[in-house]
Write a protein that binds this ligand. Structure first.
Ligand code: ZN
Length: 321
């Protein structure tokens, strides 16, 4: 799998693509359409609320709720739920601008991983736009903590994820995933990792009318320290890979791709969101870096005077797979 679409220019889709499935929380059928969008527009959700169209920007300023999944909302009460795996696929494949039209309030859960979204994006095709990609470059470390969990955003010439989890159940235990991220690595190492849950929790949620669409078709379920899905796991350490997939999607709510290394210990959506919000609230901690529209090799050899930020961006653009 080549990485030709990780470059200095912004991307969108070549054409629209439709996906259908069920909402993991509503259990209701839902259809989404990913549409091409203009440069600098970012990822936006188009939902119908009270009979009119409302756009909700995929940005951490619009996070409404993180209890069971990531819910984004607008001032007028419109909401879109379970955006995290779609956001992960878009960021993972370096897609900057897409309008996501959604007919029923929740992104479908599909198989619980990001792979169905990856396939849909690849089916639509990826188009380069005539605008430089804009990164958020981390200038100083940001650390957040919560109940023995922590997350750190560190300056880095690229985009790297280091996630560690530690569960009591021997079905998961202690697992760590560390890797630089680019579309090839995302697709091969993370995209297929499914969400997971514990049967004891699921039964409680069902009783409360939540997680109505959750099933063994879209969740790795653990009961009495055993994975009960008949097909077993897709990776021996599928759990931590899914946590890394979630982190890619949660960090995408910064609104622009990051030049950073993100480390987390026992993290989840809430911790990841807190890290991004803390970063963006500290204007000394980051800056925007545009990537000039020249090939990385030219940048490296002939523009040395233009600074480390530019080299960092070029480094990120290099095909490392
Ligand atoms: Zn997830």
């Amino acid at each position: 799998m080549g990485n030709s679409y990780v470059g200095a220019k912004q991307t969108t889709l070549e054409q629209s693509v439709v996906m259908t499935g069920v909402g993991v929380h509503s259990g209701a059928p839902v259809s989404i359409t990913l549409h091409p969008a203009d440069a600098h527009s970012g990822i936006n959700f188009l939902v119908v609320s009270d009979g009119r169209d409302v756009e909700i920007q995929a940005h951490c300023d619009f996070i409404e709720n993180l209890t069971l999944c990531t819910v984004l909302g607008s001032d007028c009460g419109a909401e879109v739920a379970t955006v995290e795996h779609l956001m992960s696929a878009l960021r993972g494949l370096s897609i900057d601008n897409v309008m996501v039209e959604i007919d029923n309030g929740e992104v479908p859960i599909m198989d619980g991983s990001a792979m169905p979204f990856v396939r849909a994006i690849e089916e639509a095709g990826i188009a380069e736009l005539d605008a430089p990609r804009r990164f958020i470059k981390i200038l100083k470390p940001i650390r957040v903590e919560e109940d023995g969990c922590w997350g750190e955003l560190l300056p880095y010439n690229g985009f790297r994820i280091e996630v560690e989890i530690d569960f009591e159940t021997p079905a998961i235990g202690r697992q760590k995933f560390s890797s630089d991220m680019n579309p090839g690595i995302f697709r091969e190492e993370l995209a297929r990792a499914r969400t997971f849950g514990f049967m004891a929790d699921v039964e409680g949620l069902w009783a409360a009318g939540r997680a109505l669409g959750a099933s063994l078709e879209n969740t790795v379920a653990i009961d009495n320290d055993t994975v009960i899905n008949r097909e077993g796991l897709r990776f021996e350490d599928e759990f931590v890979r899914h946590k890394a997939l979630d982190a890619v999607g949660d960090l995408a709510l910064a609104g622009s791709p990051l030049l950073c290394s993100y480390k987390s210990y026992r993290g989840g959506h809430a911790l990841n969101a807190k890290a991004i919000k803390t970063l963006l609230a500290d204007s000394d901690a980051w800056t925007y870096v545009d990537v000039p529209s020249v090939p990385a090799t030219v940048t490296e050899h002939h523009n040395e005077g233009r600074g480390a930020a530019l080299l960092a961006a070029a480094n990120y653009a290099a095909d490392r797979n």
